[in-house]
Design a protein around this ligand. Structure first.
Ligand code: UDX
Ligand code: ADP
Length: 468
């Protein structure tokens, strides 16, 4: 670190963003102490678990870093107040889900966790503190954080608490996270770019210095606060748009006899289009894409840009349509009814190599199938039974949801297997054994277009692959 006065970093929120990001900072900056704090006791206990399979987040490469840094310069605790009071830099990495009620419900982000973090920072921070927005946030959230940090009411609270050093001041920096789950550690270690938006050079340089411990200076982009906040939303909106585009074309392929993988390859070799993010599937999931587009839609409407809002909202509409289209197709192929039928669902996480199920397409597709009377038998290599059941709590007769610990067991007596997550192990299953224990005709619905269709057909399966 160029700046020798910076010693302590605090991160509020030990989730999918805070946990891996702080682990990588601690790993690359041994001279800094990184405290990751959370109000959730269970989550912190899991981060501190001696049994590394119990870490709350599964990410390739994370365990190795935790083994090296935890208890050395990386600490997980519930000591929110104490860690804030010691910190020179505080990252806010709390959850910001879409609002369920009130103004902007269904579109705007619920900022209550950000607000409560800002209030805690206002109360317990000392001296000059740089506050970094890490969670994905609506544009202009920095304004809200700033007004809370500078509110006189909070400072009165400090006086009452009689904290000696009351020379506090704050700067706000936006440093959005671009990591994708499943490749988080690699994305953090070798980012395409690091974006830092702020209002004063001192704070921007401070955050930039941290990253320069392992990231080339040329990859660090600095902007004003609002450009940084907006770029995060736009980046996710563009990525999600590509997925909705390719998924919309998957339906045309099915109708015309074209093959979606061939079309994706043919268009992706045009360097202007590029080959990444053209994988067709059951629609995007994850905590970010839908939320960020809806935030963008809300922002457009707020500024009276209704046509722009409608344009981006279509990306989410097509995503939902794709999931409903898949469930309808399954029902149609199984003779129009699912009552008294058992269907195996392979994959519950929103993509491979993560145990995260937020906005997973498996949830909507499964709910549609359950509503048609199906019995569902799940298998996912990383998602726990408790997590799968929790997604159906308010919807479903529990007797119709079974969770298994092997793919084979899940398929026992099933009429169909619906593959919803592209776990590599699904390509290496003993499909012949699976075929034997299923009811006939036995179907495989490959919504990720990654299984060997001909091989499955040769075994005797009836196979439907998306976009072919
Ligand atoms: C995304 C962004 O990639 C990341 O930069 C941002 O910080 C957070 O949001 P994440 O949601 O973790 O990351 O995963 P990502 O790999 O982007 O996949 C999102 C969803 O899109 C998944 O459901 C995935 O299966 C789907 N997807 C992705 C496709 O269907 N096709 C593709 O070609 C790529
Ligand atoms: P993300 O994917 O953005 O990291 P998560 O939901 O995985 O979101 O993690 C956010 C974490 O932030 C949760 O573990 C939650 O308990 C924590 N959190 C929310 N509000 C506060 C707060 N005021 N103080 C400390 N931790 C908080």
């Amino acid at each position: 670190m160029k700046n020798k006065f910076i010693k302590n970093i605090c991160c509020i929120g030990a989730g999918y963003v805070g946990g891996p990001t702080m682990s990588v900072i601690a790993f690359n900056c041994p001279e800094l102490r990184v405290d990751v704090v959370d109000i959730n006791k269970e989550r912190i206990e899991a981060w501190n678990s001696e049994d590394f399979s119990k870490l709350p987040i599964f990410e390739p490469g994370l365990e190795d870093i935790i083994k090296k840094c935890r208890g050395v310069n990386l600490f997980f605790s519930n000591n929110v107040e104490e860690s804030i009071s010691k910190a020179d830099i505080i990252f806010i990495s709390v959850n910001t889900p879409t609002k369920k009620k009130g103004i902007g419900a269904g579109f705007a982000s619920d900022l209550k966790w950000v607000e409560s973090s800002a209030r805690q920072i206002a109360k317990f921070a000392r001296n000059h503190t740089v506050v970094v927005e890490k969670s994905t946030l609506p544009v202009k959230t920095a304004e809200t954080i700033k007004s809370i940090l500078n509110s006189s009411e909070q400072n009165e609270g400090i006086n009452k608490m009689n904290i000696q050093n009351n020379q506090k001041s704050f700067s706000i920096v936006s440093n959005p996270e671009f990591l994708a789950e499943g490749t988080a550690i690699n994305d953090l270690q070798k980012p395409d770019r690091v974006l830092i938006g702020g209002e004063d050079h001192y704070s921007i340089d401070l955050i930039s210095d941290i990253y320069q411990n392992w990231v080339d200076k040329e990859k660090i982009i600095t902007t004003n606060l609002w450009s940084s906040e907006l770029s995060k939303l736009v980046s996710n909106a563009f990525l999600a748009q590509r997925i909705s585009s390719i998924n919309s074309i998957s339906a045309i392929c099915e109708a015309t006899g074209a093959n979606i993988n061939e079309v994706a390859k043919a268009i992706g070799t045009d360097t202007r289009i590029g080959s990444k993010f053209l994988q067709p599937g059951p629609g995007f999931g994850g905590s970010c894409f839908k939320k960020d587009i809806l935030n963008l839609v809300y922002l457009c409407k707020f500024y009276g840009l209704n046509e722009v809002a409608d344009y981006w909202e279509q990306v989410v509409d097509i995503n939902q349509w794709q999931q409903n289209r898949i469930s309808s197709l399954v029902i149609r192929n199984l003779f129009g009814t699912l009552s008294n039928k058992k269907l195996a669902v392979y994959g519950f996480s929103f993509k491979a190599n993560t145990n995260d199920t937020r906005e997973s397409p498996s949830i909507n597709v499964s709910i549609n199938l359950l509503q048609e009377g199906a019995k569902l038998s799940f298998y996912d290599p990383k998602v726990s039974e408790k997590q799968i059941l929790s997604e159906f709590e308010n919807n479903i007769n529990e007797k119709n949801v079974l969770v298994n610990n092997t793919a084979l067991k899940a398929a026992e007596g099933a009429d169909a297997i619906i593959v919803l997550t592209e776990w590599e192990e699904f390509n290496h299953l003993d499909w012949e054994d699976i075929f034997k224990i299923m009811r006939k005709p036995a179907w495989v619905f490959d919504t990720r277009v990654f299984l060997d269709k001909q091989y499955l057909k040769n075994i005797g399966f009836k196979v439907w692959s998306l976009g072919t």
